[in-house]
Write a protein that binds this ligand. Structure first.
Ligand code: ZN
Length: 230
């Protein structure tokens, strides 16, 4: 089931109170339109009736797509600084809903799901896009690591993340995306064959990289890049 609750949002531009249905959970199997809105970048967009400003709240909901094997805890961007605590909470939540602490029927569904944790819309869209194109998300992160290692002139800036933004023909398209406002900077493309090689690599060059994500819900390069308090 997809769940929403009625709330009032204050327009950040003109301070008008806007009635809004805030999402608690999305079931993409039953509501493919909501999945599409996530891909289109319009989900949970608020149009102020007074000043016509368009804005979007950070995501804070659970996303389920049994058909594509996805369960995602989507959290606001600010949580990424404290990803470990959020990962523990998401792991508990999944265990209760679909994992070892769930009832038998839910557990059967859970066996089909990869639990994940993301922060912000670009990261959520990336996971939805990857699964929709039959891509392995750990291999997608490995592709990004390759791109960052091989390109000396990439704008590795503190306020943008490299995100998969498109997959077409035999190319994976990545862009530097600012998670705070979803603006997109420089783009680059990698051959899909690189992804396929990484998936097929069982014990070669990619073994250590993949091992970093064993049992992880937060499958994101920032897992390796953002230190957590001990
Ligand atoms: Zn307004």
């Amino acid at each position: 089931m997809s769940l929403f609750r009625d709330t009032e949002i204050v327009c950040p531009v003109c301070a008008t109170q806007v009635d809004f249905k805030l999402v608690d959970s999305v079931n993409a199997d039953r509501r493919p339109d909501l999945r599409q809105a996530i891909l289109d970048g319009t989900f949970q967009q608020i149009d102020c009736p007074s000043c016509k400003s368009v804005f979007r709240l950070d995501p804070e909901f659970n996303y389920l797509d049994v058909g594509r094997g996805q369960w995602i805890a989507a959290q606001p961007v600010v949580g990424a600084a404290d990803w470990k605590a959020h990962e523990d909470a998401a792991r508990d939540l999944f265990a209760l809903a679909y994992g070892e602490r769930a009832e038998a029927l839910a557990k059967e569904v859970g066996a089909l799901l990869k639990p994940r944790l993301v922060f912000g819309w670009p990261a959520l869209r990336e996971k939805v896009l990857a699964a929709g194109n039959g891509l392995d998300d750990i291999a997608v992160e490995a592709c990004k690591a390759t791109a960052m290692r091989n390109s000396a002139d990439l704008p590795i800036s503190g306020d943008a993340d490299l995100r998969l933004v498109d997959a077409k023909d035999d190319k994976l398209v990545f862009a530097w995306v600012n998670p705070a406002d979803n603006t997109t900077g420089d783009m680059l493309a990698l051959p899909r064959s690189l992804h396929d090689e990484i998936v097929a690599d069982e014990d070669g060059d990619w073994y250590d990289f993949k091992s970093d994500f064993d049992g992880a819900l937060y499958v994101d390069l920032n897992r390796v890049l953002v230190d957590q308090p001990a």
